[in-house]
Write a protein that binds this ligand. Sequence first.
Ligand SMILES: [Zn+2]
Length: 199
Amino acid sequence: MHTPDVSADAALRDAILYFDYAHSHEFMVHVRWPDGKVKCPACGGERVTYLAKNKVWKCYAKHPKARFSLKTGTIFEDSPLSLEKWLPAVWIFLNAKEGISSGELHRALGMTQKTAWFMLHRIRLALRNTSFDKLLEAHAPPMNAGPFENTPEFRRFCAGMKRLLEVSKRDLGRRIQEAKLNSDRIDNPKAPGRKRQVR
Ligand SMILES: [Zn+2]
């Protein structure tokens, strides 16, 4: 019989409470720009200013897409879901010892099951082939570490997020396309193989 893991539930509740707007924002700035200097994802420039009203930065260099948010360029960019949903979802994904289903994520975070599936699909594809044990050895706690940031779960989360943010929006798009083609082939064995890409 399956016995619920009470301490895991408590850790999950702490994580969901932790990732409010302020902590999500602070964490993303820290993990994207560890030296604390926010840089424009389009040109790398540091001449940027934060527009608090719109929660975006503006780059002063002259180029298209001069405004950017914490999600710009990441696998989260194309989704209307806030980081306050994405970050606990990644946390759960990395720390659920038995794995996590879209039904469980939907109940934990209060979104529809379809949305939970969408999130897990993307997180899984972004983190495929990732070995966390090696990452954890090298990782020091971030920010002004309080009790929650000093847990092994949080350190695992930091290491996983660092990896996840190395995957660009474009890389993820390619992986989603590949996954779709593979599942089409499994559903229909007679379907032709993937066309060679023209470079
Ligand atoms: Zn720029």
